[in-house]
Design a protein around this ligand. Sequence first.
Ligand SMILES: [Zn+2]
Length: 193
Amino acid sequence: MPSSISLTDICRTGFHFKQKIVMTEISKNKVVSLTYELKVLNDNGEKELVETADTNNPMVFLFGASGLPDKFEDNLEGKNEGDSFSFALESEEGYGDYDQNALVNIPKHVFEIDGKIDDEMLMEGNFIPMSDNEGNHMQGRVMEVKDDEVIMDFNHPLAGMKMFFDGKVVSVRDATSEELAHGHVHGVGGHHH
Ligand SMILES: [Zn+2]
């Protein structure tokens, strides 16, 4: 063994070698960019495409702080740039069962703006941003408009559905310290502020 090689040199060489072959894996605090297709089962039991993120408009999120179902992230953890994925989430692993209690009758006057009802807004199927007594924001879907009240559905649109994801990892990078402090992604596909 040549005496000119010190232990630090050996460590350093090993480190470089490792850097070369180990790509950035999807893990906590990485910024992940994905393309995917999301399908759900329709009433006939057939898969129906409900959402697409392609290379022009990929989904970009901070892994571990995305607000996405835990199981969604679990299925992606450890994957590298260029890897494909294909997995299904049962409704209980996704957005939960459809909850009849999340159907709420709301007096129509709540929707008045300057004493007037906006009929365009109160169309069946429309999503309306609302907040509860504690200031929590949520999306409500207009189910039925009656004379003096509106039936709103506060279930997640994908509640009660088994979801099928097929896609590809576009890129994985370390989050910046600023992104970690804010808890969201900056730049392309993220927040601009
Ligand atoms: Zn920010």
